[in-house]
Design a protein around this ligand. Structure first.
Ligand SMILES: NC(=O)CC[C@H](N)C(=O)O
Length: 455
């Protein structure tokens, strides 16, 4: 039995027996898209496979620095930080080549806190898509920085004067990717072994910025691959004495780091529901309405695509990242790029998500918005042409400018509540408000440099 062939609990038992595994690694993704997990003994794992296991619910109650949220209802001291119930997902089994024979299994939270589990959330949206007669496909691409030094060294200098892997900006440089093969080849091989092959991998336009495009998959698999890619690209870099970062904007002078999502829908006949060769740009009625829904709801779901304080540094004009909820045909100056193609490749690229977002949440919210558009036959604005940054946009097409604002628009969104659930919306918005409060009480370097002496 091979990890990529595992579909059932029995397959998994066979694999564990064949490899004579004494330990198994199990993890689940939190709201920030960070994997929390542990090694489990074989005995414990086999019992978890049948009956699930408990995992302290603080996994949804901590911020990225393990500080406890003080403003959430579903987790907190008032709930005693009880265990959340987790089920093991056999078909999530992956090889962990950096750890010899070890395998990795993902879990999903069930029961009282199921509404907060990012993977369960995406699964619910996909079930609703299936009820509407669609199967969602997605391909996610990441831009990320590789620093040619350890995180300890960077931490010691408070992340100042970062030394990127490769000097200067040389988008698509073959020199860079031929010299830095230890990292490039290492990651290609790792992704291959973990059954999440890269479709493209190149030097982006920024010192040390790389871009990896994961192959198109059914949406849940695409999000699994994306989340695992982020986790294990960081692991590989650190094992090489380097550091990979997926923050949205690590330097004001350089282009930010996107986590763009390419989306299409298959209809019941297995055809691409976005493709209609009789229409301009091959854009079917279904695709138009999907774009219409996503365009209309984008400000309301923006904080799932831009979930950190730093996300909003990326969303500025002139750096290839969008600033408005507009769309165009093959236009990279707006947030929705309709890509004319064939029955196989016709799709829309959602360019709002940064590399810092949780792929389960960004994808679930985009699909919810687009499917809402299909259900309600929402017509998008006219496609824009030329430089979208220069357009004067209507207030309802503006995107939130801060995490606080994004959390407020999410909370007020009836459609987000309908598709993502009240538990999720209330909890997630509270966690983003907490993040903004933490930031607001912090004095930044910029302020010190600007005001300390002169004001
Ligand atoms: N490849 C590109 O289109 C650049 C994207 C840009 N770096 C972003 O932040 O989204």
């Amino acid at each position: 039995m091979e990890p990529h062939k595992v579909r059932t609990a029995d397959d998994l038992r066979t694999l564990i027996q064949q490899r004579d595994l004494k330990q198994i690694k199990v993890g689940l993704y939190d709201l920030d898209g960070v994997m929390a997990g542990k090694y489990m003994s074989r005995e414990k794992f086999l019992s978890a496979l049948d009956g699930g296991f408990g995992f302290c619910d603080v996994v949804f109650g901590w911020d990225v620095g393990d500080k406890l949220y003080d403003n959430t209802k579903l987790t907190g001291w008032q709930r005693g930080y009880a265990d959340a119930q987790v089920r093991v997902i056999p078909e999530s089994c992956r090889e962990l080549p950096l750890e010899g024979n070890m395998i990795l299994l993902q879990g999903e939270v069930t029961g009282r806190l199921e509404g907060l589990c990012p993977r369960a959330l995406l699964r619910r949206v996909l079930e609703r898509a299936a009820n509407l007669g669609f199967e969602a496909m997605a391909g996610i691409e990441y831009e990320f920085l590789v620093a040619d030094e350890s995180n300890e060294a960077l931490l010691g200098r408070s992340y100042q004067d970062i030394k990127p892997l490769g000097r200067g900006a040389f988008g698509y440089s073959v020199l860079r990717n031929s010299v830095n093969t230890e990292f490039y080849h290492g990651l290609i091989q790792l992704c291959e072994a973990m059954d999440m092959p890269l479709e493209g991998f190149h030097e982006e336009t920024g010192p040390g910025q790389l871009e990896a495009a994961l192959g198109v998959e059914k949406a849940l698999r695409a999000a699994d691959n994306a989340a695992l890619f982020k986790t294990f690209a960081k692991v590989l870099a650190q094992k090489q004495g380097r550091t990979a970062s997926f923050m949205a904007k690590w330097h004001q002078e350089y282009s930010g780091q996107g986590g763009h999502i390419h989306i299409s829908l298959k209809n019941a006949a297995g055809n691409n529901a976005f493709y209609d060769p009789a229409q301009p740009g091959n854009i079917s009625r279904t695709m138009r309405h999907f774009i219409g829904g996503l365009q209309q709801l984008m400000p309301q779901i923006a904080c799932l695509a831009a979930p950190t304080i730093n996300s909003f540094r990326r969303l500025v004009p002139g750096y290839w990242a969008p600033t408005t909820a507009l769309w165009g045909i093959d236009n990279r100056t707006v947030s929705l790029r309709a890509i004319p193609g064939s029955n196989k490749s016709q799709r829309v690229e959602y360019r709002l998500p940064g590399a810092d977002c949780n792929p389960y949440l960004a994808l679930a919210s985009a699909l919810a918005a687009g499917l809402h558009g299909i259900e309600h036959e929402i017509e998008p604005d006219e496609a824009i042409t030329g430089n979208g940054y220069l357009l004067d946009v209507a207030p309802e097409r503006r995107l939130p400018r801060s995490l606080w604002e994004a959390a407020q628009t999410l909370k007020q969104s009836a459609v987000a509540r309908d598709w993502l659930g009240d538990d999720f919306v209330d909890h997630f918005a509270a966690t983003r408000e907490w993040e903004e409060r933490e930031f607001q009480r912090h004095v930044t370097d910029w302020e010190l440099n600007r005001y300390f002496e002169i004001i």
